[in-house]
Design a protein around this ligand. Structure first.
Ligand SMILES: [Zn+2]
Length: 239
């Protein structure tokens, strides 16, 4: 299972309109790159799609950043705006970055989204790059070659193991806002903790961290350091 950061967690604007399709009509997963900086947020991409392109919502069904975070765009069955005329058939997954920026963590997550799509569809969907549908360089030579090679994820840690510790961001008072807070909060929610996924490491997040550290018999300091971060991804996950 792939952990997906929900629209509310990343502060998505509501769509102006939406139409849905069905799993029986989904036949492919279409991979894109944003061709912009890796620091771009889903919200910035959504603003561009809605305000400059005049679209109903962010164009993609999902987005993936260099840390391997997956973000919900339009989701599994809402028809996107990413590779006309095959938006009904294709689930658009966009890597946030330029050609060559995709990390092993990002590729693992794109692959996990593809595997999850197959699981939900109940059959194997085609792997496509945007350039298979439209005349474009998207998703860049690196991702496209990886797609054609069958999306191998060997050599990295398997899906579900801890992403790299993001650094000193998960402490109270917060040093700065950081997407890793959202990642940690959604993982803790999956584990069954009552925690708001809002990307802000406030006193409530610190309290959850302290309880978790006690349960795991870690050093109790209310800070998600490397050990606590790793423990967050350890089995078992209580749904
Ligand atoms: Zn594209």
């Amino acid at each position: 299972m792939v952990s997906i950061i929900s629209r509310s967690a990343w502060g998505a604007r509501p769509p102006r309109s939406r139409s849905t399709t069905t799993w029986s009509r989904r036949v492919e997963v279409t991979v894109h790159y944003s061709a912009g900086p890796t620091t771009q947020t889903p919200r910035q991409i959504q603003n561009f799609h809605m305000d400059s392109n005049g679209w109903a919502d962010i164009g993609y069904n999902f987005l993936v950043d260099t840390h391997g975070n997956a973000y919900e765009g339009r989701g599994w069955l809402v028809i996107g705006a990413h590779a006309a005329p095959r938006n009904t058939e294709g689930i658009g997954v966009c890597f946030i970055g330029r050609d060559g920026d995709a990390t092993a963590a990002a590729k693992r997550t794109v692959r996990a989204l593809y595997d999850e799509a197959n699981r939900r569809a109940g059959r194997t969907l085609m792997r496509k790059g945007h350039r298979d549908v439209n005349p474009t360089a998207c998703p860049g030579n690196d991702l496209y070659g990886w797609l054609r090679a069958g999306m191998p994820v060997n050599g990295g840690s398997p899906p579900g193991s801890a992403p790299p510790w993001p650094g000193v961001y998960l402490r109270y008072p917060p040093i700065t806002r950081h997407s890793s807070v959202t990642t940690w909060q959604s993982r803790m929610r999956q584990r069954g903790w009552r925690i708001t996924v809002d990307g802000a490491y406030g006193p409530a997040s610190r309290n959850v961290c302290i309880e978790f550290q006690r349960e795991k018999r870690l050093g109790v300091d209310g800070i998600v350091g490397p050990e606590t971060w790793r423990a967050t991804w350890e089995a078992p996950i209580t749904p």
